[in-house]
Design a protein around this ligand. Structure first.
Ligand SMILES: [Zn+2]
Length: 302
């Protein structure tokens, strides 16, 4: 089995928050996830520490196109690398203006500091996958499994008996509990659960979470994830139905989720990492949108 290296991107100078994965193949190193452009220096020094140069990486596999997973992919495309991703993500990386501008509405002038720069990738270097398709690099194979729920353009990459799960297997930091990142606009609880079933059916022996690292207790991990996904969705639904403004809900949700995390005896430092990797305000917005769409659908069906 190929060696997998976890590179800590030290997002906002915090360890164990965002990872990229370097896999050594018989044809050189490949990368799963690029992280945002703002952490490119950390990625570069991580790659060099393993003994390679950035230019050696000719294949980059993305779980999805959120900035913290894909923001630096164009840097690799610049030296000719191929970027493998979901067909629904490809147009956004070919022309990132729309993605950037809609994120800017949320992050405002913090955009550059958080995510760095984003430049277009030539469409000829963006390789859109089909569900179940395998890419072979030397003796290494990666298989794309479409896994919506967190994002419609999400892929979990199977590598032998392990899976790089992007965000669909949630966030788990420093051995704490698993939590689901629920940003707008694609959150879909039912699809997410189906995606979990898909990954479980592969019977992996390990998962690699972008936030953060290797998980081997797979059954309990997914059990916990499904429970907390329902728990958060139902909690938010209560406020959504009472038409409480989102900005009023955010501090309540932070208290609610921090108390859940504290029950596991997490340190203040780890609580901070969870909030950085999976901000509460985003999940409030994402789950409000989920319930709103569900309500609309129910109305049109009547
Ligand atoms: Zn994401």
């Amino acid at each position: 089995m190929d060696t997998v290296h976890i590179i800590d991107l030290q997002f906002k100078k915090i360890p164990n928050s965002i990872a990229a994965f370097l896999v050594e193949t018989s044809e050189g190193p490949i990368l799963i996830e690029s992280g945002p452009e703002s952490t490119f220096e950390a990625l570069q020094s991580g790659v060099e520490k393993i003994g390679y140069q950035i230019e050696d990486i000719q294949h980059v596999f993305l779980s999805h196109i959120h900035f913290d997973h894909a923001g630096a992919a164009w840097k690799f495309a610049n030296h000719g690398a191929k970027i493998y991703l979901h067909p629904k993500g490809a147009p956004h990386l070919a022309n990132p203006d729309k993605l950037w501008n809609s994120a800017k509405m949320i992050y405002g002038d913090q955009m550059e500091e958080l995510w760095g720069e984003m430049k277009a990738i030539p469409p000829s270097q963006l390789i859109s996958m089909t569900d179940g398709q395998t890419i072979s690099i030397g003796s290494t194979s990666l298989k794309a499994w479409f896994t919506p729920g967190h994002a419609v353009h999400h892929i979990a990459w199977q590598h032998g008996d392990t899976v790089f799960t992007g965000d669909v297997a949630g966030v788990k930091i420093d051995g704490g509990p698993v939590t689901p990142p629920c940003p707008p606009p694609d959150i879909h609880i039912e699809d997410w659960k189906k995606s979990i079933e898909r990954i479980k059916a592969l019977q992996p022996t390990a998962l690699y979470l972008t936030h953060y690292g290797k998980v081997i207790e797979i059954d309990t991990h997914f059990e916990e994830l499904e429970l907390i996904l329902d728990d958060w969705a139902v909690w938010i639904k209560g406020y959504y139905e009472k038409k409480v403004e989102q900005q009023e809900v955010v501090p309540l949700f932070i208290t609610y989720t921090q108390n859940q995390l504290k029950k596991s005896g997490l340190s203040k430092e780890t609580l901070d990492k969870y909030e950085k990797a999976n901000p509460s305000w985003m999940s409030v917005a994402g789950l409000y949108r989920y319930w709103k769409i569900k309500e609309k659908l129910a109305k049109t069906e009547q």
